[in-house]
Design a protein around this ligand. Sequence first.
Ligand code: ZN
Length: 128
Amino acid sequence: MPALAFSKEFLQKIKALLEEEKVRLTSELEKFARKSGHVEGDYDSAFPQYGDKEDENAAEVTEYATNLPLEESLEKTLRDVVQSLDRLTKNTYGICKYCKKPIDEKRLLARPTSSACVECKKTIVQEM
Ligand SMILES: [Zn+2]
């Protein structure tokens, strides 16, 4: 097993940040969505029920349509957070997925779900 690229203290800080973010995202999602199945971080938008009148039905559809993209973006962030926590457990956290070098600590603190270093990210953006 390779030596850890980061100090225990740093990783603990990151873990706390990620746990906090997970709680925040989960409570956001639970305002309008239900957990679906057994997959962690997977939610379904609940279809709102206002009534059976035409304007009520229209309001339900509007709200559902507003919630869907929000649910998707919250879910995606939550998935990133869960995956980062997973990498922490496996001691692979903070390693760039492209060049396999440790990612800058400042970058990780600012964005704990980063999985690529600044240089690789730059290269990818330029190639696109
Ligand atoms: Zn890299």
